[in-house]
Design a protein around this ligand. Structure first.
Ligand code: ADP
Length: 342
């Protein structure tokens, strides 16, 4: 695999203000919301091409289509996540600060000690905050966050035809599924090259499938942090935060505790979905009533009754945990084998 070089993927950097964070986690998510935002795209193009609208020499050899694709998937710093938005994961947050942020903020005191920069891998079930950590980090560093999913890469390659994939992997019987996995690993291996430059580039990988990373990829991402499902406390944080952001009422403490007890095994993203589903309760009710009285268009937020525990009980029937116990065991085992414990 390491012999095949389909494209040399190279990212420019404008010294300390620019960071490239590669997220190899969920195929095809997170990028759509920004891909059509012109100002963001314009800024991204300027970042790549510079103010004189010329591609830096070292990017000259790259396919314009590929560059365009990278640009269209940029996530701007406007989408900042604050550290406080991330429930729990204190250990991971601290580690990321120590490994990535501090050396960037003050390279002088890290000279020698950290002359060999580490790559960081965030691994764990989907929807647990890996992307959020990347975004929070990018926000704090005023950096640009590129969220590059494997599907966006693979679809480009597959889009160019099965032939290209065959060439890419040197086989004819490869399945799409296999190719995605191999590509993920290959991409990380390509990242090795980044080390050679003098610029400050750190790779943060995020994956739901750490088992698919080979030895070379693990070596490159030598700080490997397990991002587990949220604890009961973190789930409570997510409920309150999500309700607060949506202008919802705060639940009674005992109701909140009950919800947390009933949601063992839910991911952060499951919790967010649960709250959103619960918040639909009063809306559905108000709309039903509105149909008998004043029209739906006249309804105001103050017409809605507060969200209750009953809404959550109903929502629990609708929103089920997305991660199985079996999958969790696999993460714990991989963590014991390859994870950074400190
Ligand atoms: P992934 O681990 O798959 O990268 P994300 O970071 O994209 O997951 O999380 C998806 C969504 O789920 C977030 O936008 C957020 O709403 C919610 N979420 C997941 N984990 C957390 C967490 N630890 N704290 C707060 N919200 C979370």
């Amino acid at each position: 695999c390491s012999k095949i070089e389909p494209y040399h993927i190279d990212f420019p950097s404008s010294a300390q203000t620019m960071e490239y964070i590669l997220n190899l986690t969920k195929p095809g998510t997170n990028v759509a919301s920004t891909s059509s935002a012109m100002p963001t795209k314009k800024r991204a193009l300027e970042t790549l091409y510079g103010s004189n609208n010329k591609l830096p020499e070292r990017l000259d050899h790259l396919e314009p289509k590929l560059i365009q694709q990278i640009v269209s998937e940029i996530i701007d710093q406007d989408t900042i996540v604050k550290w406080d938005d991330i429930a729990g994961l204190e250990h991971a947050k601290n580690c990321v600060h120590e490994t990535v942020l501090w050396p960037i903020l003050n390279p002088k005191i890290f000279q020698g000690v950290c002359s060999v920069r580490k790559g960081v891998l965030l691994f764990g079930p989907p929807g647990t905050g890996k992307t959020m950590i990347g975004k929070a980090l990018a926000g704090e560093m005023k950096a640009t966050f590129f969220n590059i999913s494997t599907v966006s890469l693979v679809s480009k390659w597959l889009g160019d035809g099965e032939k290209l994939v065959r060439t890419l992997f040197g086989r004819s019987s490869i399945t799409e599924h296999e190719s995605i996995r191999r590509l993920k690993t290959q991409f990380l291996v390509e990242m090795e090259g980044i080390d050679s430059g003098s610029e400050q580039i750190i790779v943060i990988g995020a994956t739901n499938r750490p088992q698919d990373l080979d030895e070379a990829a693990r070596r490159r991402l030598n700080k490997r942090l397990y991002i587990p499902l949220p604890t009961s406390e973190a789930r409570s944080h997510i409920v309150l935060n999500t309700m607060g952001k949506n202008g919802g009422n705060i639940l009674e403490k005992q109701d909140l505790d009950l919800i947390c007890n009933l949601t063992d095994g839910y991911s952060g993203s499951d919790m967010k979905n649960l709250v959103q589903e619960a918040m639909m309760g009063p809306i559905r009710e108000a709309i039903k009533e509105a149909n008998n009285g004043k029209g739906i268009c006249e309804l105001k937020p103050e017409d809605l009754r507060p969200v209750s525990f009953k809404d959550f009980k109903n929502a629990l029937k609708e929103v089920r945990p997305s991660v199985s116990k079996q999958e969790l065991v696999a993460y714990v085992e991989w963590n014991a084998k390859f994870g950074s414990m400190l």
